[in-house]
Write a protein that binds this ligand. Structure first.
Ligand code: TXA
Ligand code: MG
Length: 348
């Protein structure tokens, strides 16, 4: 299949893309978090093609994207009070809420669950596309399943060219990690996935917010958000996180680099700007200063993809403070490394 790549500012091409979306075609588009792979959410055949294009397991439900509040009423059975407060505070923006679904929502969107995840993105191209298409838009991240989410048009092209009808270029995504997924069907809302709207921001509005235990404890807990159970956001090489204070972390990573090089491995390091000149690795990716965790989040997936492009055999990564967007950054790094964490201060 030929994939048409257009610039978000080209009005004529944009209208064609919106029409294609309305006609059941697949259109990748920018949002403020990551690029989405869009289809008409009310057209089960179109939605089925999303799963095919991504190679996504069919038991992992999709987020429905809307551009106007009136669309929410049609998709959900009720809007709990907490959700109404959060809509006022954070929509449009990087917050997805899980509601009891209405009968309008096809089963293929929700993977058979009785809930539906809905989000109103803040990116002007995303908003314009949804309005112009005139349908709610199902959109997972526009990557092949298991790859890091795309935060630039090039990432989308790398994964989706030849598999979908349109890609709309809107430049790099600002947030860089996916939306926060919050279940608002229980008395106290539960964070199923940390993201751009932080725990601290939610607590300010709601007072009390829970975090899904599956995000904190490793072990045999059944995830409430089906997507949480898959190995995700992975670079191709094995990745290890090194935790601890900055100096012991730098020392430990340097030792690990030497050890891996002795084995003949090509080594990548993901480092903060503060430590970037301390390492003697084959590929060093500097994700930015620990003082600006938002910038680290914005560049995170591009960094993970760089390791793939440069074909390293093993990756050592620093860890970041789990506060604010740092929670989302660490959640994605833990998944990318499949939970392989080495403590820097421990003797081994
Ligand atoms: O920022 C984002 O949310 C991006 C952009 C494109 O909007 N989208 C995105 O979609 O990250 P995706 O499909 O990659 O991740 C959706 C997550 C998955 O973890 C999925 O399991 C969860 O949302 N989810 C969807 N519907 C759900 C539901 N009814 N109940 C619980 N979790 C749900
Ligand atoms: Mg995804």
């Amino acid at each position: 299949m030929d994939t048409i790549i257009i610039n978000g500012t080209n009005d004529k091409a944009f209208k064609d893309a919106a029409k294609a979306l309305r006609d059941g075609k697949l259109v990748a588009f920018p949002t403020e978090t990551v690029y989405g792979l869009g289809a008409d959410a009310l057209n089960p055949d179109a939605v089925r093609r999303i799963y095919e294009a991504k190679g996504r397991p069919s038991d992992n439900p999709l987020i429905v994207h809307i551009a106007e509040i009136s669309s929410l009423n049609e998709l959900v059975a009720e809007i709990p009070e907490a959700a109404a407060l959060l809509i006022d505070a954070f929509w449009p923006g990087p917050l997805t809420m899980v509601f009891k679904k209405s009968n309008l929502v096809p089963d293929i969107i929700t993977a058979g669950l009785d809930t539906v995840a809905v989000r109103m993105p803040d990116n002007p191209i995303a908003q314009k596309l949804i309005k112009e298409a005139g349908v709610p838009v199902a959109a997972p991240s526009a990557n092949i399943s298991g790859r890091p989410s795309p935060t630039t048009c090039k990432h989308v092209i790398d994964d989706m060219k030849g598999r979908i009808e349109y890609i709309i270029d809107g430049g790099p995504c600002q947030v860089g990690v996916e939306s926060t997924v919050l279940d608002v069907t229980s008395d106290v809302p539960v964070i199923l996935r940390p993201g751009g709207v932080t725990l601290e921001m939610l607590e300010k509005v709601l007072g009390n917010v829970y975090t899904d235990p599956v995000l904190e404890i490793k072990g045999d807990i059944k995830p409430r958000s089906p997507g949480m159970k898959y190995r995700h956001y992975s670079p191709k090489a094995e990745m290890f996180l090194i935790s601890g204070d900055p100096d012991p972390v730098a020392k430990k990573i340097s030792e690990l680099i030497m050890e891996s090089k002795r084995k003949g491995l090509r080594v990548g390091v993901l480092t903060s700007r503060e430590n970037a000149d301390k390492y003697n690795a084959d590929v060093i990716v500097n994700v930015g200063s620990v003082k600006h965790i938002e910038q680290i989040a914005a560049g995170l997936y591009d960094s993970l993809r760089t390791f793939d492009d440069k074909k390293v055999d093993i990756i050592y990564s620093e860890t970041f403070e789990e506060k604010g967007v740092g929670r989302a950054v660490m959640n994605r790094l833990k998944k990318a490394s499949a939970g392989r964490i080495i403590k820097a201060d421990e003797e081994n």
